[in-house]
Design a protein around this ligand. Structure first.
Ligand code: DGL
Length: 266
């Protein structure tokens, strides 16, 4: 890792606007860090694609980010973390540090919810991959995990309809599944879902703790940069790229990132 430079940017990617929910927390926690964000809007949604397809998109994105000399790549997408984390680790080797959004959250729930019942919502790919239960087993922690795929949510959010009643209709249908009754906490296992966290909180009326990856993952990135002596001290520069320009991305980015985001088209 000796060729990595502290003042080089962090690269963050997702299929679209969702990863911005993590990117925002990262830049709030690490205000001196420069960032290059890549939203792969051309291939959205990742959650319905094959592992092979996602791995090939992810390799291309990694090349794009590595050409821009990122010191760390954050996979701000659960579906890509499930389908391509190990592949990407092998592919990038020591060219950059690598963080995914699943491992830090699994450690968090094992530390805080052992012996409890935890719900998980995510894309079809994430839920079918069983990635959360595999990693929970690897840590040998006792979590009763109840996983539910919620595939309609990402398209609605990416269409910019996150304030539309469609969201509540879909959420009520999904969250009323008897399997999810009695959970102590619900993991938002897709980085798009913090955009609709309020709707989810309204559904549960405070009965269930809602866990999103943002802060947990930002802490992981910070700890990794500190451990490697790679924290930046320059004034930061932030760039946003998309593989296809969409109104939904611009609208979502404005609302959720809290500032005007003008994406370059790759
Ligand atoms: N935000 C992503 C995730 O965390 C991808 C959603 C999608 O493109 O289907 O899974």
């Amino acid at each position: 890792m000796s060729n990595l430079k502290a003042d080089h940017p962090i690269g963050i990617f997702d299929s679209g606007v969702g990863g911005l929910t993590v990117a925002k927390t990262v830049v709030d926690n690490l205000p001196n860090e420069s960032m290059i964000y890549f939203g792969d809007t051309k291939h959205l949604p990742y959650g319905d694609k094959s592992v092979q397809a996602i791995q090939s998109y992810v390799r291309e994105i990694a090349d794009f980010l590595l050409e821009r000399k990122v010191k760390l790549i954050l996979i701000a997408c659960n579906s890509a973390s499930a389908a391509a984390y190990e592949m990407l680790q092998d592919y990038i080797g020591t060219r950059a540090l690598l963080v995914n959004v699943v491992d830090p959250v699994v450690r968090f729930i094992c530390e805080n919810y052992a012996g409890k019942c935890v719900g998980l919502i995510g894309t079809k790919l994430t839920i079918q991959s069983g990635i959360y239960s595999k990693k929970i087993s690897e840590l040998a922690c006792q979590i009763d995990l109840r996983a539910q795929a919620t595939p309609l949510l990402v398209p609605i959010i990416e269409e910019g309809l996150f304030e539309h009643e469609l969201i509540d209709v879909a959420l009520t249908e999904y969250l009323s599944n008897p399997m999810l009754q009695g959970i102590d906490a619900l993991v938002l296992g897709c980085t798009h879902y913090p955009v609709i966290k309020k709707n989810i909180e309204n559904f549960y009326q405070g009965r269930v703790k809602i866990i999103d990856a943002g802060k947990i993952v930002a802490e992981e990135v910070k700890a990794m940069l500190i451990a490697q002596n790679l924290t930046s001290s320059i004034s930061p520069n932030r760039q946003f790229y998309v593989s296809d320009y969409t109104e939904g991305f611009v609208k979502g980015a404005r609302l959720f990132f809290g500032e005007e985001v003008v994406p370059f088209t790759n």
